[in-house]
Design a binder for this molecule. Structure first.
Ligand code: AOF
Ligand code: ZN
Length: 365
């Protein structure tokens, strides 16, 4: 491992400390080393609206002679005035002579301007160190800022033969505790969690983050007919809930929902009786939701796949076989006819969680 990589790994580690806390901003870490290679300052971005990683690392510097320092940053230092001032200027002012970055910031407000400004000021700039790791770290932000829609993760827990439930629709305890805990970690790292009304009626989930420490995601229920009972657990508690209804939904039912604490009703167009996935994502973008984990059920997961909108899959697989032609498959919907047109999962990662497995990877169409 080169020295640059070693410092960058530390910066990535610092960035990750704010996992689940920075949205709609990226996670960013910064390490400042002196001419002898000694780390003299460390910082990371904690929350949108608060100082950026570089500013925190500069504030952490003990020595004040400030000569010949190198800053290792997981993202191109910003050059714009946003909620905070430009990090480039702060680095230049602090006497940083070399900036090593993991990647360019694709935010159109930055997009190479940060590097340009640093070079103009005589700062040496190197980029692309640990780029793959930095891209993986901020995959939600990077997709949101370039494609103007939230990053979509499909999550399901299935048996080894691909079933979500038995023929009697029993879907309880497919996977064990470790997988369950990991699914709460997914709630922490996504801005929103989405289910269909069928899941609410069948399971009455709360959809909050309880098994790990972290924020609650915004809860989204696709409920084209506004059928959700007022006693549903997703309508209780402090977490915000968006109920997505269709144009045909009963107006009185929508008004009643609107009056509930922390509940908003959004009406979107339907296609063949189902909420349009593209209209949904457009609306979530307007809410500054950078990522959403789709938790089911089978038909909702299928409608995302049929719409060719999925960026990552989290498949929790239990070493169980239930069989049954009519047992629910983990992903329903229309499906496809030719194998050659399937979605593929690339850069797969395999984790063992207790007796179960998690396979995750990026989805490409
Ligand atoms: C950095 N260091 O630690 C972060 C950066 O609204 P603002 O002022 O916080 O700016 C947010 C944008 O700045 C964000 O969209 C991203 O492009 C960049 N984030 N940049 O140099 C940081 N968090
Ligand atoms: Zn900045």
């Amino acid at each position: 491992m080169s020295d640059n990589e070693m410092y960058m790994r530390r910066a990535l580690e610092l960035a990750r400390r704010a996992e689940g806390c920075t949205s709609p901003n990226p996670m960013v870490g910064c390490v400042i080393a002196d001419a002898d290679g000694k780390i003299v300052g460390e910082g990371w971005h904690r929350k949108a609206g608060t100082p950026h990683a570089e500013v925190n690392a500069i504030a952490d510097m003990k020595a004040k002679q400030r000569q010949g320092y190198t800053a290792f940053v997981t993202l191109e230092p910003c050059s714009h005035w946003g909620r905070t001032g430009p990090c480039c200027e702060a680095l230049i002012k602090a006497g940083i002579k070399r900036v090593v970055a993991a990647m360019e910031d694709p935010n159109p407000k930055v997009a190479g301007n940060g590097f340009r400004r640093l070079r103009e000021a005589g700062v040496e700039v190197i980029t692309g160190v640990c780029e793959k790791e930095a891209r993986r770290l901020n995959e939600h932000f990077l997709l949101w800022v370039t494609q103007n829609r939230p990053f979509v993760s499909l999550k399901f827990a299935e048996t080894l033969d691909g079933k979500l439930a038995t023929t009697a629709r029993d879907s309880h305890f497919v996977t064990g505790q470790e997988a369950h805990t990991y699914s709460h970690y997914l709630r922490k790292i996504h801005d929103a969690i989405l289910v269909g009304i069928g899941t609410v009626l069948d399971d009455d989930p709360e959809l909050t983050t309880r098994l790990v420490e972290g924020k609650n995601p915004v809860r989204i229920v696709l409920d084209s007919g506004a059928r959700i009972p007022l006693t549903a657990k997703v309508l209780q508690g402090d977490a915000k809930t968006l109920i997505i209804t269709g144009p045909e939904a009963d107006a009185d039912a929508c008004d009643t929902l609107r009056r509930l604490h922390n509940v908003e009703v959004v009406t979107l167009p339907c296609e063949n009786g189902k909420i349009s996935v593209s209209a949904l994502l457009q609306s979530l973008y307007e809410y500054e939701i950078t990522s959403v984990v789709v938790e089911g059920g089978s038909e909702v997961l299928g409608s995302f796949l049929d719409s060719q909108i999925a960026d990552r899959v989290y498949a929790f697989i239990a070493p169980k076989l239930v069989g049954g032609t009519h047992a629910l498959p983990s992903v329903g919907g229309r499906g496809i006819e030719r194998m050659s047109r399937c979605a593929t999962v690339v850069e797969p990662e395999l984790l063992t969680l207790g007796k179960d497995w998690l396979i995750t990877g990026r989805v490409t169409f």
